[in-house]
Design a protein around this ligand. Structure first.
Ligand code: NAD
Length: 465
């Protein structure tokens, strides 16, 4: 039996009262959305929210000091209804099968929402990359991929980077798979590869750039009073890795002021703004952003509660929860991380009128450009950066518009207290008494769109046999 995943960053003892198991949260989110899809066939609901396959592998690795340690890895395939499974691999000591199942499910909805022809999958290895050398990480990667064997493949299940894995990890994955499947074009088996090994221009920045495009489009809709563009917007970012670090650069380039950033060591704050380049250089030298001159040091918890216009959680799950949601001062939250907001926090933020661009939309730029990389690999092509970014922008804006269209429709007749009238869409009326008594939030609207699309394809293909 799995113990609930409680990331260490949630230090408040009271937060542990809340169920922080990401798989439970993913299913709660699903149930909330399904209440707005009354025409969904009953028997399909359990199928749509359950992974089709969960693989656990255990393998020994000889470490650099000659000792042997056993590692455990997971690969979860949630859905292949709309295409091959797609999803990153994370290396982290807190990885659990429940977390990977939640992340796989979110991938299914993300791909459907962005209309990328993939299903959902995710992988993880329980390990602490900060305590492992490069050769140890290479051995772990090779053994994990070898043990997964043909359960991954260019047209079945395609990995990508996630927390503490990068393009080097993807290069090892490609190489291992290629050794096991010689004589084929295996480049599309994994995305997020180095440029010299079939990677796509723009993939490294894609998650952050997708966040940028999503926020820009959301602001264009005029839904945050007196904040119609990023110029002068005060931005706080939790996490300074691929998603968060690059978001700092891109948001700064568009005129925003980054007033707070953090990494696993702590957070820093400067109301006058933190230059992205300085933070990057400092982190490269010191291993953390904490201590950057002319900034005040904070905890990660305090960072989230800073007065700002846009808050971008870009690290881990469960960062905004029942115990701090009431203290969040941001006017807009953009979830670069997967699952940073708990179900209870969603409710509190909605009641307080703080919109959350949900993870399955906000961070979908990564998988979108992964899809572009996969297409380029199949066609033996390399698109230029402008083409990649233009296509990404179109997809992100369409995704935001689709979610906002549905959000408006679902909220027709909402009086702000949750009482819904018979609106002009049958799906505007929730079917379950458990539907939260409040206006429909963006996450629910996004899930309604995504679940509806996956359900439609399932039925169109026909239930086999
Ligand atoms: P990364 O390993 O590149 O960076 C993670 C960052 O978070 C690091 O700066 C680390 O110091 C920081 N961090 C770790 N634990 C923390 C904590 N407890 N508090 C504050 N900061 C902490 O990982 P990434 O690829 O940027 O992924 C970050 C999030 O974005 C994850 O939720 C991931 O699933 C999501 N995401 C990533 C991609 C992608 O393409 N890389 C795509 C979609 C979603």
């Amino acid at each position: 039996m799995q113990t609930p995943h409680v990331p260490t960053a949630v230090s408040s003892p009271a937060a542990s009262v809340e169920d922080l198991n990401p798989y439970h949260i993913a299913r709660q989110q699903f149930d909330r959305a399904v209440a707005y899809l009354p025409k969904l066939k009953g028997g399909l609901i359990e199928f749509l929210k359950t992974p089709v396959r969960t693989i656990t592998v255990s393998f020994p690795i000889e470490l650099e000091d000659g000792t042997v340690r056993t590692f455990t890895g997971f690969r979860v395939l949630h859905s292949q209804i709309r295409g091959p499974g797609k999803g990153g691999i994370r290396y982290h000591p807190d990885v659990t099968v429940d977390e990977v199942q939640a992340l796989a499910q979110w991938m299914t909805w993300k791909c459907a929402l962005l209309d990328v022809p993939f299903g959902g999958a995710k992988g993880g290895v329980v390990c602490n990359p900060k305590q492992l050398g490069k050769s140890e990480l290479r051995k772990i990667t090779r053994r994990y991929i070898a043990d997964l064997g043909s359960n991954i493949g260019p047209h079945t299940d395609i990995p990508a980077p996630d927390l503490y894995t990068d393009e080097q990890t993807m290069a090892w994955i490609y190489d291992t798979y290629h050794i096991m499947h010689p004589g084929e074009n295996n480049l599309p088996v994994v995305t997020g590869k180095p440029l010299t090994i079939g990677g796509s221009l723009g993939r490294k920045e894609a998650t952050a750039r997708g966040c940028l495009f999503a926020v820009e489009r959301y602001l264009e809709h005029g839904l945050v009073p007196s904040l119609n563009s990023l110029i002068g917007a005060r931005v706080v970012i939790q996490g300074f890795g691929n998603a968060g670090g690059i978001a700092a650069r891109l948001f700064q380039e568009q005129g925003a002021k980054i007033i707070g950033i953090s990494d696993s060591q702590g957070a820093i704050h400067a109301p006058g703004g933190i230059a992205w380049e300085a933070a990057q250089q400092f982190k490269a030298q010191q291993g953390t952003v904490v201590g950057l001159p002319d900034t005040t040091t904070l905890t990660n918890e305090a960072l989230l509660e800073l007065d700002c216009d846009i808050l971008i959680p870009a690290a881990m799950e469960n960062q905004i929860h029942s115990q701090n949601a009431a203290r969040i001062q941001a006017r807009l939250i953009c979830e670069a991380a997967n699952g940073p907001t708990t179900t209870a926090a969603d409710r509190i933020l909605a009641e307080r009128g703080i919109p959350v661009i949900p993870d399955i939309l906000a961070n979908a730029g990564g998988v979108t450009v992964s899809y572009f990389e996969w297409v380029q690999n199949i066609e033996n092509e390399q698109w230029d950066l402008e083409e990649v970014n233009t296509k990404l922008r179109v997809k992100m804006r369409r995704g935001v518009d689709a979610v906002l269209d549905r959000w408006r429709l679902l909220n027709v007749g909402s009086d702000g207290t949750g009482a819904m009238t018979d609106a002009d869409s049958s799906s505007a009326t929730p079917t379950s008494a458990s539907t939260p008594a409040q206006p429909v939030d963006l996450r629910t609207a996004a899930l309604v769109v995504a679940i509806e699309r996956v359900a439609e394809v399932t039925l169109r293909r026909g239930i086999w046999p």
